[in-house]
Design a protein around this ligand. Structure first.
Ligand SMILES: Nc1ncnc2c1ncn2[C@@H]1O[C@H](COP(=O)(O)OP(=O)(O)OP(=O)(O)O)[C@@H](O)[C@H]1O
Ligand SMILES: Nc1nc(=O)c2ncn([C@H]3C[C@H](O)[C@@H](CO)O3)c2[nH]1
Length: 214
Protein backbone atom coordinates (compact mmCIF):
# COMPACT_ATOMS: atom_id res chain seq x y z
CA UNK A 1 0.00 0.00 0.00
CA UNK A 2 1.60 3.22 -1.17
CA UNK A 3 0.13 6.68 -0.77
CA UNK A 4 1.64 9.56 -2.71
CA UNK A 5 0.74 13.23 -2.30
CA UNK A 6 1.54 15.91 -4.85
CA UNK A 7 2.40 19.47 -3.86
CA UNK A 8 3.15 22.71 -5.65
CA UNK A 9 1.79 26.14 -6.47
CA UNK A 10 -1.36 26.89 -8.44
CA UNK A 11 -1.14 25.49 -11.97
CA UNK A 12 2.13 23.62 -11.31
CA UNK A 13 0.66 20.46 -12.85
CA UNK A 14 -0.40 18.48 -9.76
CA UNK A 15 -3.75 17.25 -11.12
CA UNK A 16 -2.12 16.39 -14.44
CA UNK A 17 0.71 14.41 -12.81
CA UNK A 18 -1.71 12.78 -10.35
CA UNK A 19 -3.65 11.33 -13.27
CA UNK A 20 -0.51 10.12 -15.09
CA UNK A 21 1.05 8.67 -11.94
CA UNK A 22 -2.11 6.92 -10.76
CA UNK A 23 -2.58 5.35 -14.21
CA UNK A 24 1.04 4.19 -14.24
CA UNK A 25 0.95 2.72 -10.73
CA UNK A 26 -2.56 1.29 -11.05
CA UNK A 27 -3.60 3.52 -8.12
CA UNK A 28 -6.69 5.56 -7.48
CA UNK A 29 -6.49 9.34 -8.01
CA UNK A 30 -7.99 11.74 -5.46
CA UNK A 31 -8.58 15.31 -6.65
CA UNK A 32 -9.17 18.47 -4.68
CA UNK A 33 -12.57 20.12 -4.96
CA UNK A 34 -12.42 22.87 -7.58
CA UNK A 35 -15.23 22.67 -10.13
CA UNK A 36 -17.76 21.79 -7.43
CA UNK A 37 -16.28 24.21 -4.89
CA UNK A 38 -18.93 26.86 -4.12
CA UNK A 39 -16.54 29.10 -2.16
CA UNK A 40 -13.62 29.38 -4.59
CA UNK A 41 -15.25 31.90 -7.00
CA UNK A 42 -16.49 33.90 -3.99
CA UNK A 43 -12.98 33.97 -2.57
CA UNK A 44 -11.40 35.27 -5.77
CA UNK A 45 -14.12 37.95 -6.03
CA UNK A 46 -13.70 39.07 -2.39
CA UNK A 47 -10.67 37.45 -0.70
CA UNK A 48 -10.96 39.31 2.60
CA UNK A 49 -14.56 38.25 3.08
CA UNK A 50 -14.15 34.59 2.13
CA UNK A 51 -10.58 33.58 3.08
CA UNK A 52 -11.64 31.90 6.34
CA UNK A 53 -14.67 30.15 4.84
CA UNK A 54 -12.60 28.83 1.92
CA UNK A 55 -10.03 27.49 4.35
CA UNK A 56 -12.69 25.62 6.33
CA UNK A 57 -14.17 24.29 3.10
CA UNK A 58 -10.78 22.95 1.93
CA UNK A 59 -10.02 21.52 5.36
CA UNK A 60 -13.27 19.58 5.40
CA UNK A 61 -13.09 18.26 1.82
CA UNK A 62 -9.39 17.42 1.99
CA UNK A 63 -9.76 15.63 5.30
CA UNK A 64 -12.49 13.47 3.81
CA UNK A 65 -10.20 12.67 0.85
CA UNK A 66 -7.30 11.79 3.15
CA UNK A 67 -9.42 9.46 5.27
CA UNK A 68 -10.47 7.61 2.12
CA UNK A 69 -6.97 7.61 0.63
CA UNK A 70 -5.14 6.41 3.74
CA UNK A 71 -7.24 3.30 4.20
CA UNK A 72 -7.39 2.04 0.60
CA UNK A 73 -4.45 0.64 -1.41
CA UNK A 74 -2.14 2.70 -3.63
CA UNK A 75 -3.48 6.19 -3.90
CA UNK A 76 -2.33 9.48 -5.31
CA UNK A 77 -3.59 12.76 -3.80
CA UNK A 78 -3.40 15.87 -5.98
CA UNK A 79 -2.47 18.20 -3.11
CA UNK A 80 -1.29 17.63 0.46
CA UNK A 81 -3.27 19.01 3.39
CA UNK A 82 -0.03 20.49 4.74
CA UNK A 83 -0.07 23.18 2.05
CA UNK A 84 -3.37 24.66 3.17
CA UNK A 85 -1.76 26.21 6.23
CA UNK A 86 0.71 27.96 3.91
CA UNK A 87 -2.17 29.41 1.88
CA UNK A 88 -3.97 30.65 4.95
CA UNK A 89 -0.90 32.12 6.62
CA UNK A 90 -0.08 33.95 3.40
CA UNK A 91 -3.63 35.29 3.08
CA UNK A 92 -3.51 36.42 6.72
CA UNK A 93 -0.15 38.11 6.11
CA UNK A 94 -1.80 39.90 3.19
CA UNK A 95 -4.55 41.17 5.52
CA UNK A 96 -7.32 38.84 4.33
CA UNK A 97 -7.69 37.11 7.71
CA UNK A 98 -6.82 38.00 11.27
CA UNK A 99 -4.63 36.15 13.74
CA UNK A 100 -7.63 34.81 15.70
CA UNK A 101 -8.96 33.17 12.54
CA UNK A 102 -5.53 31.67 11.83
CA UNK A 103 -5.22 30.37 15.38
CA UNK A 104 -8.69 28.79 15.32
CA UNK A 105 -8.04 27.24 11.91
CA UNK A 106 -4.68 25.82 13.06
CA UNK A 107 -6.19 24.39 16.22
CA UNK A 108 -8.98 22.72 14.24
CA UNK A 109 -6.53 21.41 11.62
CA UNK A 110 -4.24 19.85 14.22
CA UNK A 111 -7.16 18.47 16.20
CA UNK A 112 -8.48 16.79 13.05
CA UNK A 113 -5.03 15.51 12.06
CA UNK A 114 -4.80 13.77 15.45
CA UNK A 115 -7.63 11.53 14.23
CA UNK A 116 -5.39 10.20 11.46
CA UNK A 117 -3.28 8.46 14.09
CA UNK A 118 -5.92 5.74 14.28
CA UNK A 119 -5.70 5.05 10.52
CA UNK A 120 -3.37 2.45 8.93
CA UNK A 121 -1.30 5.34 7.55
CA UNK A 122 -0.71 8.69 9.21
CA UNK A 123 1.02 10.49 6.34
CA UNK A 124 1.83 9.86 2.68
CA UNK A 125 4.77 7.56 1.85
CA UNK A 126 6.15 10.14 -0.55
CA UNK A 127 5.58 13.81 -1.31
CA UNK A 128 6.14 14.71 -4.98
CA UNK A 129 6.71 18.46 -5.21
CA UNK A 130 6.47 20.25 -8.56
CA UNK A 131 8.66 23.33 -8.71
CA UNK A 132 7.75 26.04 -11.20
CA UNK A 133 8.87 29.56 -11.97
CA UNK A 134 6.40 32.43 -12.11
CA UNK A 135 6.42 32.39 -15.93
CA UNK A 136 5.56 28.69 -16.12
CA UNK A 137 2.91 29.02 -13.43
CA UNK A 138 1.22 31.88 -15.26
CA UNK A 139 1.42 30.14 -18.64
CA UNK A 140 -0.36 27.10 -17.20
CA UNK A 141 -2.97 29.14 -15.33
CA UNK A 142 -3.70 30.93 -18.62
CA UNK A 143 -3.78 27.64 -20.54
CA UNK A 144 -6.22 26.05 -18.10
CA UNK A 145 -8.37 29.15 -18.23
CA UNK A 146 -10.32 29.25 -14.94
CA UNK A 147 -11.77 32.76 -15.29
CA UNK A 148 -11.31 33.92 -11.68
CA UNK A 149 -7.59 32.94 -11.69
CA UNK A 150 -6.69 35.16 -14.67
CA UNK A 151 -4.77 38.42 -14.27
CA UNK A 152 -7.37 40.03 -16.54
CA UNK A 153 -9.96 39.22 -13.84
CA UNK A 154 -7.87 40.77 -11.07
CA UNK A 155 -4.43 42.31 -11.78
CA UNK A 156 -3.45 42.01 -8.08
CA UNK A 157 -3.24 38.25 -8.65
CA UNK A 158 0.25 38.85 -10.05
CA UNK A 159 1.42 39.77 -6.54
CA UNK A 160 -0.64 36.92 -5.05
CA UNK A 161 1.05 34.34 -7.31
CA UNK A 162 4.55 35.77 -6.85
CA UNK A 163 4.09 35.82 -3.08
CA UNK A 164 2.79 32.24 -3.17
CA UNK A 165 6.02 31.13 -4.85
CA UNK A 166 8.03 32.88 -2.13
CA UNK A 167 6.12 30.94 0.55
CA UNK A 168 6.49 27.59 -1.23
CA UNK A 169 10.34 27.52 -1.19
CA UNK A 170 10.78 27.42 2.60
CA UNK A 171 7.63 25.31 2.96
CA UNK A 172 9.17 22.54 0.85
CA UNK A 173 12.55 22.78 2.58
CA UNK A 174 10.90 22.41 6.01
CA UNK A 175 8.43 19.68 5.01
CA UNK A 176 9.26 16.56 7.03
CA UNK A 177 6.08 14.46 7.30
CA UNK A 178 7.45 11.96 4.75
CA UNK A 179 10.27 11.46 2.25
CA UNK A 180 10.04 13.95 -0.59
CA UNK A 181 11.18 14.46 -4.17
CA UNK A 182 11.30 17.60 -6.28
CA UNK A 183 10.26 17.60 -9.94
CA UNK A 184 11.42 20.39 -12.24
CA UNK A 185 8.12 21.61 -13.64
CA UNK A 186 9.80 24.18 -15.89
CA UNK A 187 11.91 21.53 -17.60
CA UNK A 188 9.43 18.71 -18.11
CA UNK A 189 6.38 19.05 -20.31
CA UNK A 190 4.59 15.92 -19.15
CA UNK A 191 1.47 16.92 -21.09
CA UNK A 192 2.82 17.19 -24.65
CA UNK A 193 6.02 15.15 -24.46
CA UNK A 194 5.90 11.39 -23.93
CA UNK A 195 9.66 11.43 -23.35
CA UNK A 196 9.32 14.01 -20.54
CA UNK A 197 6.46 12.06 -19.04
CA UNK A 198 8.61 8.91 -18.90
CA UNK A 199 11.52 10.85 -17.38
CA UNK A 200 9.32 12.18 -14.57
CA UNK A 201 7.64 8.84 -13.86
CA UNK A 202 11.08 7.18 -13.77
CA UNK A 203 12.34 9.70 -11.18
CA UNK A 204 9.34 9.03 -8.96
CA UNK A 205 9.46 5.26 -9.34
CA UNK A 206 13.22 5.20 -8.66
CA UNK A 207 12.52 7.03 -5.41
CA UNK A 208 9.74 4.58 -4.52
CA UNK A 209 12.16 1.68 -5.17
CA UNK A 210 14.78 3.33 -2.97
CA UNK A 211 12.15 3.60 -0.21
CA UNK A 212 11.08 -0.04 -0.65
CA UNK A 213 7.59 1.06 -1.73
CA UNK A 214 7.70 -0.58 -5.18
N1 LIG B 1 4.46 19.78 -17.15
C1 LIG B 1 3.54 20.39 -17.89
N2 LIG B 1 3.82 20.82 -19.11
C2 LIG B 1 2.92 21.47 -19.85
N3 LIG B 1 1.67 21.77 -19.45
C3 LIG B 1 1.32 21.38 -18.23
C4 LIG B 1 2.22 20.68 -17.38
N4 LIG B 1 1.57 20.42 -16.22
C5 LIG B 1 0.36 20.94 -16.34
N5 LIG B 1 0.18 21.50 -17.55
C6 LIG B 1 -1.04 22.22 -17.98
O1 LIG B 1 -1.15 23.32 -17.11
C7 LIG B 1 -2.51 23.49 -16.66
C8 LIG B 1 -2.60 23.36 -15.14
O2 LIG B 1 -2.29 22.04 -14.75
P1 LIG B 1 -3.01 21.34 -13.49
O3 LIG B 1 -4.46 21.60 -13.51
O4 LIG B 1 -2.54 19.92 -13.49
O5 LIG B 1 -2.34 22.16 -12.30
P2 LIG B 1 -2.55 22.01 -10.71
O6 LIG B 1 -1.18 22.07 -10.10
O7 LIG B 1 -3.36 20.82 -10.41
O8 LIG B 1 -3.33 23.34 -10.38
P3 LIG B 1 -4.19 23.78 -9.07
O9 LIG B 1 -3.23 24.05 -7.99
O10 LIG B 1 -4.87 25.01 -9.49
O11 LIG B 1 -5.14 22.68 -8.78
C9 LIG B 1 -3.32 22.46 -17.43
O12 LIG B 1 -3.85 23.09 -18.59
C10 LIG B 1 -2.29 21.39 -17.81
O13 LIG B 1 -2.66 20.72 -19.02
N1 LIG C 1 -6.97 30.45 -0.24
C1 LIG C 1 -6.74 29.17 -0.52
N2 LIG C 1 -6.47 28.32 0.49
C2 LIG C 1 -6.19 26.99 0.27
O1 LIG C 1 -5.93 26.22 1.19
C3 LIG C 1 -6.24 26.54 -1.08
N3 LIG C 1 -6.06 25.34 -1.66
C4 LIG C 1 -6.26 25.53 -2.97
N4 LIG C 1 -6.58 26.82 -3.22
C5 LIG C 1 -6.94 27.41 -4.54
C6 LIG C 1 -5.79 27.62 -5.47
C7 LIG C 1 -6.43 27.39 -6.82
O2 LIG C 1 -7.03 28.59 -7.28
C8 LIG C 1 -7.53 26.38 -6.55
C9 LIG C 1 -7.18 24.95 -6.89
O3 LIG C 1 -6.01 24.56 -6.28
O4 LIG C 1 -7.82 26.49 -5.17
C10 LIG C 1 -6.57 27.48 -2.06
N5 LIG C 1 -6.81 28.78 -1.80
Amino acid sequence: MTVIALSGPIGAGKSTLTKILAADLGSQAFYESVEDNPVLPLFYADPAKYAFLLQIYFLNTRFRNIKDALVADNNVLDRSIYEDELFFQMNADMGRANQTEVDIYRDLLHNMMEELKTLPKKAPDLLVHIDVSYDTMLKRITKRGRSFEQLSYDPTLETYYKTLLEYYGPWYENYNYSPKIRIDGDKYDFVESKEDQTAVITQIEDKLHELGQL
